[in-house]
Write a protein that binds this ligand. Structure first.
Ligand code: ADP
Ligand code: MG
Length: 240
């Protein structure tokens, strides 16, 4: 009997049941089935979350709590809305503007974790440099449409560190294509150390820059990270 149960469970892809069905204690059939299904669903959810986490390639999140003191959310925006993904439901974007070490990457990761674990969203974290490299590479190999399809499936795209390096013409154009693709269908979080007025230096072409900003501005919230660097603060503390 055991063998047949395992075989049927396998055919039905009930992997928890297959190994553990005999561990459930219940006083009647109904309760038994309920507990069994609960465990099966729980295991599937966990597996899905782990896969989403793997695919998101998030940077490691600091163990310390996030300090909101120097974060200026702007009118109508709440921490809850930002952290718990209200903006994702509304397909809005967040632009994080501020200096190095002020928590832009940290907050992007926290939001991503929440979106994956609580909302089951598909998230992908890219530095702008790594995405542009992947785009150029895919372009060269003729696999651009495959990469675009992968991006198309995402709910949230993080573009970290816009502005640290200027892009070459083709890289800028490909990045623009990604931003256009995400426009109004998914959420982006873009972190940058540059004001909009300086984005020209990144995209290298005023018309393209204007097109990028135009796509972003209507559905975005600007969040200003105005503190001094935590990295600096932490290394000072460590040296005491
Ligand atoms: N607002 C903050 N609250 C708590 N820790 C922070 C904050 N900002 C930065 N840190 C600490 O500094 C580290 C670097 O921050 P990071 O998010 O990488 O800065 P940025 O991306 O703005 O350059 C974080 O891993 C964290 O330990
Ligand atoms: Mg960063």
């Amino acid at each position: 009997m055991k063998q047949r149960i395992q075989e049927y469970a396998k055919r039905l892809k009930l992997s928890w049941t297959r190994e553990h069905y005999h561990e459930i204690r219940a006083t009647n059939n109904e309760e038994y089935l309920l507990r069994l299904l609960e465990r099966e669903i729980q295991q599937r959810d966990e597996r899905k979350t782990n896969l989403l986490l793997q695919q998101a390639t998030l940077p490691k999140v600091a163990g310390t709590p996030f300090d909101w003191k120097d974060i200026k959310l702007g009118q109508g925006l709440t921490r809850e809305y930002v952290l718990h993904g209200g903006f994702i439901e509304n397909q809005e974007n967040l632009i994080f503007y501020g200096g190095v070490g002020t928590g832009k990457t940290f907050l992007s990761s926290l939001i991503s974790l929440h979106a994956i674990q609580q909302q089951g969203k598909k998230v992908k974290f890219y530095t702008v440099a790594s995405l542009v490299n992947q785009l150029l590479d895919a372009h060269e190999k003729g696999s651009l449409s495959r990469l675009f399809k992968q991006i198309e499936k995402l709910d949230v795209v993080i573009l970290d560190e816009l502005g640290y390096i200027p892009l070459h013409k083709q890289g800028a154009e490909l990045l623009f294509q990604v931003i256009s693709m995400c426009y109004e269908t998914k959420s982006m979080i873009i972190t940058t150390n540059l004001q909009f007025g300086q984005w020209n230096h990144v995209f290298g072409d005023p018309i393209l820059t204007e097109a990028v900003i135009d796509r972003l501005i209507h559905h975005s919230h600007l969040i200003v990270f105005s503190g001094e660097s935590h990295r600096y603060r932490e290394s000072l503390l460590q040296n005491k």
